[in-house]
Design a binder for this molecule. Structure first.
Ligand code: UDP
Length: 334
């Protein structure tokens, strides 16, 4: 019988790619998603149960009916700016929602979880690359909420034997090669889709959030990871847990950093379109540099990223053009 895996947030950008990767690895993904930011038509690889992770009744009924062997937990409020403006919402969804989910898991004896954590828990870091031993020092409520859940999961493993892999994502980018699913947020706050809108002429310019950081070109550096590579890390983490291994915290990045200005250049080169920029203030809660030391993922999970920044931008561009065509491009010009 196919092993069922509950994927909270499975209708979202990263979640949908995880479902695809799970299905090709022989699992049956069951999406649990309140569709607040997710898309119903992104659920192509298994059933969708509409529901909120804070809703214990719906969650219990789902566990009762589906009996998942494990959970991949991505449902969250994941926008940094929004977490600064409304921390109550972020902590409610990300922390209280997760506690609720863990409670239901305990009751149904589901004792393995892959958790969507983030490099935002590191905050401002001096070193060139960040390994998992680096002290947690989040500088926004989003990062704090994820650090809290990591701590909760460690306690739950010690006390209840609930094993978890905490995957600390760096910056997801790109889309499925065949453009079945991709990045689609309303409103969009993420760098690459915004730059692609500029390249399409749907926005007049990219506002660069700060050009006075202590980096080579003054703009902030991130470690972009292809969403398919990120998805395959979840399957590796799940396999690791199913083999009986103890919980772990693992960075998921490529180890290569790219500044905002570099991303603009790559997009301009690959799309052969101009990308006008203008300089704006730093965005509160943005660290200057977040680049992974991703060795542990290789050693422990036998996982390696395959796609570089050019592949990410190419795949994102293909997806983004289709999305905007389907969307009726005029919606963004206002
Ligand atoms: N960024 C920018 N202009 C934009 C959107 C993003 O300069 O219109 C910057 C942002 O401040 C950060 C980097 O691009 O330094 C990556 O931001 P994104 O929101 O994509 O991911 P985050 O690192 O916040 O998760």
């Amino acid at each position: 019988m196919m092993m069922r895996v509950l994927v909270t947030g499975g209708a979202g950008y990263i979640g949908s790619h995880c479902c695809k990767a799970l299905a090709s690895a022989g699992f049956e993904p069951v999406v649990y998603d309140n569709l607040s930011t997710g898309h119903r038509h992104f659920c192509k690889w298994g059933p969708l149960v509409p529901g909120d992770i804070r809703d214990a009744d719906t969650l219990s009924r789902t566990f009762e009916a589906m009996r998942p062997v494990a959970v991949i937990h991505l449902a969250a409020q994941s926008i940094v700016t929004r977490s600064n403006e409304d921390p109550q919402e972020t902590f409610d969804v990300n922390v209280a929602g997760t506690l609720n989910l863990l409670d239901v898991m305990k009751r149904y004896g589901t004792d393995r979880i892959v958790f969507s954590s983030t490099c935002a828990i590191y905050g401002n870091v001096e070193s060139q690359t960040i390994d998992e031993a680096c002290r947690n020092n989040p500088i926004n409520p989003y990062g704090s909420s994820k650090a809290m859940v990591e701590a909760i999961l460690e306690s739950y493993e010690a006390a209840y034997g609930l094993r978890s892999v905490r995957l600390r994502y760096f910056n997801a980018a790109g889309a499925d090669e065949k453009a079945a699913v991709g990045e689609w947020h309303e409103p969009e706050t993420h760098l690459i889709p915004i730059v692609l809108d500029v390249a399409m002429g749907l926005r007049p310019a990219l506002q660069i959030n700060g050009n006075d950081y202590d980096t080579a070109d003054g703009t902030a550096i991130r470690d972009y990871i292809h969403v398919e590579d990120l998805a395959s890390a979840h399957v590796s983490a799940l396999t690791y847990l199913l083999e009986g291994a103890p919980g772990a915290t693992v960075n998921v990045g490529t180890g290569a950093g790219h500044s905002v200005s570099e991303i603009v250049q790559v997009v301009s080169r690959l799309t052969r379109r101009p990308v006008p920029t203008l300089h704006g203030p730093r965005r509160p809660g943005d660290p200057p540099r977040l680049v992974a030391n991703a060795r542990r993922a290789g050693q422990l999970l036998h996982w390696q990223p395959r796609k570089d920044i050019d592949a990410m931008i190419r795949d994102a561009w293909r997806w983004h053009q289709d999305l905007r065509k389907a969307d009726g491009v005029q919606s963004l010009t206002a």
